[in-house]
Design a protein around this ligand. Sequence first.
Ligand SMILES: Cc1cc2nc3c(=O)[nH]c(=O)nc-3n(C[C@H](O)[C@H](O)[C@H](O)COP(=O)(O)O)c2cc1C
Length: 357
Amino acid sequence: MLQTRLTEKLGCKYPIVQTAMGWVADPRLVAGSCNAGGFGFLAGATIPPAEIERDILRVKELTQAPFGVNFHMYQPNAAAIVDLVIRHGVRAVSYSRSPGPEMIRKLKDAGVICMPTVGLPKHAIKAVELGADVVTVQGGEGGGHTGAVPTTLLIPQVVDAVGAKVPVVAAGGFKDGRGLVAALAWGADGIAMGTRFLMTAESPVPRATLQRYVDCANPAEIIVSRAMDGLPQRMIMNELLGELERAGTLRKLWIALRNGMAFRKHTGASLPGLLRSAIAMSSDGDMTASQAIMSANAPMIIQKAMVDGEPSRGVLPSGQVAGVINDLPACAELIGAIVAEAEERLAMLAQRAGAGV
Ligand SMILES: Cc1cc2nc3c(=O)[nH]c(=O)nc-3n(C[C@H](O)[C@H](O)[C@H](O)COP(=O)(O)O)c2cc1C
């Protein structure tokens, strides 16, 4: 009942995608999602370049199932990631800013499924023109960088715009079988979830930080802020976010520089490399130079919470759905429950339709 164009293209059992989340989507989480019948993406944008190949191989050790890698076309090692993906037969790549036509051509020629995430119908149309095989569309309630239009309004619009050409995956606010059935009813071919997979037993996020996600019981406390990198990003309100929201330009710049340098050390990127990425990002048109520099600061601040386990000193990217989740199931338990609930709801709807109700 749950076979769609998406399961066919990705080679997974269920139309359920575990999205890439910086610092979070590591080999264990990816393998956990894939072994449970979903399709997981490794977060290639925050893994140090020297460790990407090791992590790809680690996923392959932990699962026989196909999986994907996420990357950011402006990260200094983007071309190297594309080569690794092709060399190791990775099934799909995801990205939020389309790589140039040459890179897309290279990936497609090698049979890699190109699966961008978009936040507006016009971006979906552009992505398909550029060669996307599948489009993930994220509504405003979703975690991390996000738009202003809610999933309920966006999904049908994007399905109408590109759904006849490519499978559309609905993201932003999903956590259960009811959501999966709703997405299928809108005409999507599956769902993608970040926050729900962050809150699983396989999540590498330290317990102290995970507890902040579990304790958050109000979706309205998971706000959109531009304080991190100038772009709208959804996060759980905490001590640091409150401070960043109040900080003046100088203090923000200081935080940006301090963390930008630390990120450079972590990724091994050279200073000119970092600056080149910032300039390339800003010349893309929708980001100012200062926002681009600020964006160098974001990964290290996120790392404080997601890796170091200091939830009040880092920020907590999250979808609003964390406000209605209070457990940490294993991926197999989670996907099993979603599938069972979806099948039950579909059967119920079919019965209602048969009875003319
Ligand atoms: C902690 C966290 C980190 C994220 N990091 C990334 C990232 O590095 N790259 C990316 O394309 N999307 C990132 N996202 C967005 C997710 O991939 C996904 O689109 C989003 O979480 C879907 O909404 P949901 O959280 O309501 O499921 C992140 C989201 C979260 C919650």
